[in-house]
Design a protein around this ligand. Structure first.
Ligand code: HEM
Length: 228
């Protein structure tokens, strides 16, 4: 706890908090994608996976709480850093420094806000299932064969082009956010070398592109009729 307070009080410490929580969130994004890609293996596979996750309640709730702490810390530490930077920046430098720094900062803020609103909608959509009356079991008037029938829920969800487009746009902005974030992590943690400064941004772009392709492939496959 003491260490956390010390980290929070210094700007380097806050940068570390942003970097470490960002890495943990990246881990979730990769794992969640691998789980979701089971949509391409058929209903039985992904529904069994959903049932397995729900059957392990304790670890599931621990992971959810950890994820929430990382998410909130990542946002609060970033906001606090932005405020500290603004307060420390002398007016005379404001124009000079704004051109390069602001483009990435603005993109990070926009993509970060989109991810935040996306996650809020996504939780209401597929976790709480309150946006669509069909996402209930048949006995309750819905169209799902069981509470773990994630396959048909995702298919029905993405058959709506507006919702699919929102998901594709959001994972696009998430990938943009990650490509900048991943290359910054190395710098923040002091791991950057002359060589890694050259390949790291390229590797970060590649990882972000792979994540985008993986996530966007699911709504795209439903819209094109490949998954039904
Ligand atoms: C095509 C894209 C995606 C699909 C098909 C998808 C699918 C799902 C489904 C079906 C659930 C509910 C699982 C259940 O309750 O059984 C879920 C939960 C969740 N998803 Fe996604 N997801 C996608 C993208 C994302 C992205 C990009 C993020 C993060 C930025 C994300 C974050 C979450 C979170 C935080 C949960 C709640 C997990 C929990 O509390 O159990 N998802 N997703």
């Amino acid at each position: 706890m003491n260490l956390l307070i010390k980290l929070w009080r210094s700007s380097i410490g806050k940068k570390w908090l942003v970097a470490l929580t960002g890495l943990a969130l990246l881990g979730f994004v990769v794992a969640h994608l691998l789980g979701n890609l089971q949509m391409f293996s058929g209903a039985e596979k992904i529904n069994a996976y959903a049932e397995f996750l729900k059957a392990n309640e304790k670890p599931l709730w621990l992971a959810r709480i950890g994820l929430l702490i990382c998410f909130v810390t990542h946002i609060l530490a970033t906001l606090s850093l932005v405020r500290m930077n603004r307060a420390a920046r002398p007016d005379a430098y404001a124009l000079k420094r704004s051109v390069q720094a602001k483009i990435s900062t603005r993109t990070m803020a926009l993509s970060g806000l989109t991810v935040l609103s996306f996650v809020a909608f996504h939780l209401a959509h597929y976790t709480l299932r309150i946006t669509d009356a069909r996402f209930k079991v048949e006995a309750e008037g819905g169209l799902l064969t069981s509470a773990h029938d994630v396959y048909h829920m995702v298919i029905m969800g993405f058959q709506n082009p507006l919702i699919s487009s929102f998901y594709i746009l959001s994972v696009g902005l998430l990938s943009l956010h990650l490509s900048h974030g991943i290359s910054s992590v190395f710098q923040t943690l002091g791991l950057e070398t002359k060589k890694s400064a050259i390949w790291m941004p390229k590797a970060a772009t590649l990882i972000a592109l792979l994540l985008f392709t993986g996530y966007a492939s699911i709504p795209a496959a439903v819209l094109s009729g490949l998954l039904k």
